[in-house]
Design a binder for this molecule. Structure first.
Ligand SMILES: *[C@@H]1O[C@H](CO)[C@@H](O)[C@H](O)[C@H]1NC(C)=O
Ligand SMILES: *[C@@H]1O[C@H](CO)[C@@H](O)[C@H](O)[C@H]1NC(C)=O
Length: 366
């Protein structure tokens, strides 16, 4: 399954529906660019002060290894989000329903080769016990997880069963609350018009209640444009524990090459910064494609899909490490979307033969 393809198809379906189309352009973070041109300036942080000393004796700090015994509680377990910025890990698609041995091997690579702190799940695997395998591979490799309730793009309500299955695993697996950093509703439920902002907000609040005994926060995985096309959907932003942003500037109407994407990144970050009320922000679905495909088509005639442009986009984020660190909440933590071209054509860091497409060693601090 190629979710971006399906996203585009759903955008086409929206456009072809009897209802007035919200947008002619998919993934267009610049459509409200006149709205705010102020830079995403730092604002006072609302994140509480670190509870874990120098930030290395906490999970999942680089160098920290999970203990042999599961701790009695999560008190002092997690690193302070205010210390989590720069490259934090990979978006990782699970639609292939990887077996435990593949998860172990790839999570080890994600942790050890790239110094990741997290994997952000993408897509869905409905195999019984799959999230228990994710928990085991994450625990064994000292990786945190941004879990995902997958909505798909077809307007069905399979996401409800997935939600219940995930919540069941989070409550029943004793290691779940030690590796699951956040539960995301996504991808793009607002952009895809699966739920209204009000109904999505009810879901977020219900999930927060359900998971409060485990201390697991809740967010939505969404584009700036998903909020913007819903009048800003402030009610959703207000309900979230963190803001998990889709940053896919290749689709912008003014996109060119990856090395020129900074104004596009800044534009969306500024939009969220002005409305996020100091909440921690992550770029959780964040990347640039090396090839176009039926599902990955630009909205700008100048947009370049190439390995060098993909590489340049990540280099750009690395070069702006200090700027991203200044953003509210201790700075932006960014994920690379996605681990392998096997998972989403052209977006992988690895190609389909398992070779790195370009040198990739992003900074994890600056
Ligand atoms: C959490 O949600 C699951 C799945 O919907 C449900 O079975 C469980 O009873 C809920 N637990 C709490 C404490 O709300
Ligand atoms: C985006 O801009 C359009 C046109 O100016 C406006 O109608 C719409 O309300 C704006 N969206 C948001 C989220 O502000």
């Amino acid at each position: 399954m190629f979710p971006l393809l399906l996203t585009l198809l759903s955008a086409v379906l929206v456009f072809a529906s009897p209802f007035p189309p919200d947008s002619r352009v998919h993934h267009d973070p610049t459509s409200n660019s006149s709205q705010s041109n102020a830079p995403a300036v730092p604002a006072p942080s609302t994140v509480p002060p670190p509870s874990s000393g120098d930030g290395t004796q906490c999970f999942p700090a680089i160098g920290f290894r999970t203990p042999s015994q599961v701790p009695g509680s999560t008190k002092g377990w997690w690193c302070d989000p205010a210390t989590e910025y720069a490259f934090v890990g990979f978006s990782y698609e699970v639609t292939a329903c990887q077996g435990l041995s593949q998860l172990q091997k790839e999570f080890a690579d994600i942790r050890n080769t790239f110094h990741s702190r997290y994997v952000r799940l993408y897509g869905a695997c409905d195999r019984d016990g799959f999230y228990d395998d994710i928990i085991k591979a994450a625990w064994d490799n000292s990786l945190g997880v941004h879990a995902l309730i997958w909505f798909g793009f077809d307007g069905t309500d399979e996401w409800k069963r997935r939600r219940d299955t995930l919540f069941g695993a989070l409550h029943s697996n004793p290691k779940a609350k030690f590796v699951t950093r956040v539960v995301q509703f996504g991808s793009e439920p607002l952009f895809d018009s699966v739920l209204s902002p009000e109904v999505l907000t009810e879901q977020v609040l219900a999930a927060k209640r359900n998971l409060s005994s485990l201390g697991i926060p809740v967010t939505v995985s969404e584009l700036a444009y998903g909020y913007q096309k819903n009048g800003g959907a402030q009610v959703v932003l207000d309900a979230l524990d963190s803001i998990n942003i889709h940053m896919l500037p290749f689709f912008a109407q003014t996109a060119s090459s990856g090395d020129q994407a900074w104004p596009l990144v800044l534009n969306d970050l500024t939009w969220f910064n002005n409305r996020g009320k100091g909440k921690k922000m992550y770029l959780d679905e964040n990347g640039w494609p090396s090839v176009t495909s039926p599902g990955v088509q630009p909205n700008s005639p100048n947009a370049v899909a190439s390995i060098s442009s993909e590489h340049a986009y990540y280099t750009l984020l690395d070069q702006h490490c200090h700027d991203l660190k200044k953003v509210v909440g201790g700075g932006i933590g960014w994920f690379a979307h996605i681990y392998s071209d096997d998972q989403e054509p052209g977006y992988g860091i690895y190609d389909t033969s398992g070779r790195l497409k370009f040198p990739f060693a992003p900074r994890t601090s600056c």
